[in-house]
Design a protein around this ligand. Structure first.
Ligand SMILES: C[S@@+](CC[C@H](N)C(=O)[O-])C[C@H]1O[C@@H](n2cnc3c(N)ncnc32)[C@H](O)[C@@H]1O
Length: 384
């Protein structure tokens, strides 16, 4: 069975959520990943992509039987064919968190052999709106600011009200934009930087952020946790999970500007950090002068590091650690590892690799630091 793009199929009964912001349905023996739907709903699905033998993708364009958690999205472009960002705005916040809980639990069980019984924790603000401190706009062919559609280069015009998940103190740049360019706004208030196609056109090239009791210097186009409350939330979860003791040693892997190294040195721990970006390493050295930072790839740099370490924090990109880095970590027999993960599938796979070396999940917390989207952040504590 193959459907042409744009074919509307249904009625379709929607099944459980899957990793990636969609629910699973079966139509004529074929899996269909349906966006903008909720489990248990009966919907009509417009096919958006059918290039694989085993599955197709589609959007719920008409809801015949709604699930109890369904709400009207507050944003006019958070709907089929619209912006690719808020793929869960059609669900109330408890339902969004329940969907994410199911995805995290399923990935950890299937890939990591770990049964997670926790819940996804809410992070203020309560509304789930106004939290993004970094926005990436695309310019439409008409020269207006817009946002990218899902799995497409198409740009959807930014609604007059702006993006509802952007922080209210983030300026929305005005002016004439060149069609096809990218406009990044980083930070908040007076210092907010506007970067057009990689060139700083307004504001400071270095932002100052407050978190974990320190002020952090961060390049306007460098990495900083995007939810206004994320840096504090994650730093606290890592510290509670590691429970560091004065005199211990720790590694901050994928350290960025040193977010986790900061509270660790405050706790009397001797910290080494490693990060790919040379500029971030320079900033980390200024942010946390008590720690030693090195620029390079984690998988290469840690090979040269001492044979023993007590604590490890790792906060890798979506691809996760992979076997080579897990092997380097477990070889040092740390007392605890705090794994900060933005992709539950990579986390699940790496948890399985840790388990083969005797490291089990002692605790796992999940945080709703990307409300209105399917993304979720986990902090897993591994120990022997
Ligand atoms: C999710 S961010 C975490 C940054 C920091 N822990 C924080 O919370 O602000 C991941 C970081 O890993 C860095 N990175 C990506 N691949 C890397 C690699 N192979 N080795 C070292 N760092 C890497 C990126 O530059 C980025 O700063």
């Amino acid at each position: 069975m193959t459907w042409a793009t744009g074919t509307v199929i249904g009625p379709v009964t929607v099944g459980p959520p899957a990793h990636g912001g969609h629910c699973v349905a079966r139509v004529d023996g074929k899996v269909v990943f349906v966006r903008h739907a909720l489990p248990g709903e009966v919907v009509e699905v417009e096919v958006t992509e059918d290039t694989h033998e085993r599955y197709a993708r589609g959007d719920a364009v008409r809801v015949l039987e709604a699930a109890p958690g369904r709400v009207e999205p507050a944003c006019p472009v958070a709907r089929p064919g619209g912006c690719g960002g808020c793929d869960l705005q059609h669900a109330d916040l408890p339902t969004q968190r329940e969907l994410k809980r199911q995805v995290v639990a399923e990935q950890l069980r299937r890939l990591g052999g770990y049964e997670w019984a926790g819940a996804v924790e809410a992070v203020p603000p309560e509304s789930g709106l106004g939290w993004r401190t970094r926005m990436r706009y695309q310019v439409t062919p008409e020269g207006e600011l817009g946002l990218r559609a899902h799995r497409s280069h198409r740009v959807v015009r930014l609604p007059d009200q702006g993006c509802l998940i952007a922080h209210p103190d983030q300026p929305v740049p005005a002016g004439d934009f060149v069609p096809g360019t990218e406009v990044v706004v980083a930070g908040r208030g007076e210092q907010a930087a506007v970067i057009v196609d990689g060139q700083l056109v307004h504001g400071a090239s270095t932002l100052l952020e407050r978190a974990a009791g320190r002020t952090w210097r961060v390049s306007a186009d460098g990495f900083w946790q995007v939810h206004a409350a994320a840096a504090d939330t994650l730093a606290r979860a890592v510290m509670e999970g590691l429970d560091p003791r004065p005199g211990e040693t720790a590694w901050d892997l994928y350290c960025g500007v040193g977010l986790f190294a900061g509270p660790l040195v405050e706790a009397g721990v001797s910290v080494r950090g490693v990060e790919l970006s040379r500029r971030a390493v320079r900033e980390a050295s200024r942010n946390v002068p008590e720690a030693r930072f090195e620029a390079g790839k984690v998988e290469q740099v840690v090979r040269r590091w001492p044979d023993r370490v007590d604590l490890v924090v790792c906060d890798p990109p979506r691809t996760g650690l992979g076997r080579a880095v897990v092997d380097q970590v477990v070889r040092r027999r740390p007392r605890r590892v705090a794994y900060v993960a933005c992709d539950p599938a990579s986390l699940g796979r790496d948890v399985g690799t840790f388990a083969a070396s005797g490291y089990r999940v002692g605790s796992l917390r999940a945080f709703d630091i990307f409300p209105m989207t399917h993304h979720v952040e986990c902090v897993a504590i591994l120990e022997t």
